[in-house]
Design a protein around this ligand. Structure first.
Ligand SMILES: [Zn+2]
Ligand SMILES: [Zn+2]
Length: 252
């Protein structure tokens, strides 16, 4: 049994839970310890099982809460040395365990595969969590898909996949030109259409559910994201994640 849940997902804060009956990991910690516990309780998830927190990159929506949260949970924080050095001092965890992108790390009974991706951070990583032949991918903050992303994605049974922006909303929205360029660049974020194309080409037969993740508050709507992915819904479930509360728990 594997339970997965987006505790928080969006351009403001990210935190994803993957756990079996004895062990769990958190991927990213963009929320406070208080919010984490509140949202886990809402979904009947036990924070006592958490063995480690993994940090994907230094942007504050992924790391803001990690210092306090890891201390209160009394768990190690896996982070690359470059990401650690690039983080604001007040967000750097007290108990870092440095990994190299490409390492596989055992956390309790779970195996966490780490890999590099394209994003405008010092050493951006993503993760695939494996247990008992089941795989969960956490793929957000991706400018354009690389071989690492496509090969790990194709192994997954459940995915948290970035569907950050609608192209028209971004281009016609209020962001300054440089920011529009940044979001749409190969080091920025995946649009709804890019996420759709990635899934259409690379999703495996065994993919059961995709949670559309890291939606922009300014340049996307949940309805547009869902609509873009609707042609895929005969192959697997497509569900939303939320900025202000936990998503549905998916059990594998
Ligand atoms: Zn982000
Ligand atoms: Zn980012």
């Amino acid at each position: 049994m594997l339970e997965v849940c987006a505790i928080a997902s969006g351009s403001n804060a990210n935190c994803y839970y993957v756990g079996n009956s004895n062990s769990a990991v958190l991927i990213d910690a963009g929320i406070s310890h208080r919010q984490l516990i509140k949202r886990m309780n809402e979904r009947g998830l036990d924070s006592g099982k958490i063995k480690a927190v993994f940090i994907s990159h230094e942007h504050s929506d992924h790391i803001r809460g990690v210092r306090v949260l890891s201390k209160k949970l009394n768990v190690p924080v896996y982070i690359t040395a470059k990401t650690y050095m690039a983080s604001y001092k007040n967000m750097q965890p007290d108990n870092p365990r440095f990994f190299e992108a490409g390492d596989t790390i055992e956390a309790g009974e779970l195996r966490v595969h780490t890999f590099l991706k394209n994003h405008d951070a010092s050493e951006p990583c993503s993760f695939r969590v494996e247990y008992n032949g089941k795989n969960v991918g956490i793929l957000t903050d991706i400018g354009e898909p690389c071989n690492n992303v496509t090969s790990h994605l194709s192994l997954c049974n459940v995915l948290f996949l970035e569907s950050n922006y609608d192209e028209n909303m971004l281009q016609n929205g209020s962001y300054p030109y440089f920011l529009k360029e940044r979001v749409a660049s190969s080091q920025g974020h995946l649009s709804n259409v890019q996420a759709f194309e990635l899934l259409d080409k690379h999703a495996g037969e065994h993919l059961k559910c995709v949670f559309l993740s890291h939606l922009s508050a300014d340049n996307n709507t949940p309805e547009l994201a869902l609509e873009t992915h609707s042609p895929l819904m005969y192959r697997f479930d497509v569900k939303l994640t939320f900025r202000t509360g936990p998503a549905e728990v998916c059990v594998l």
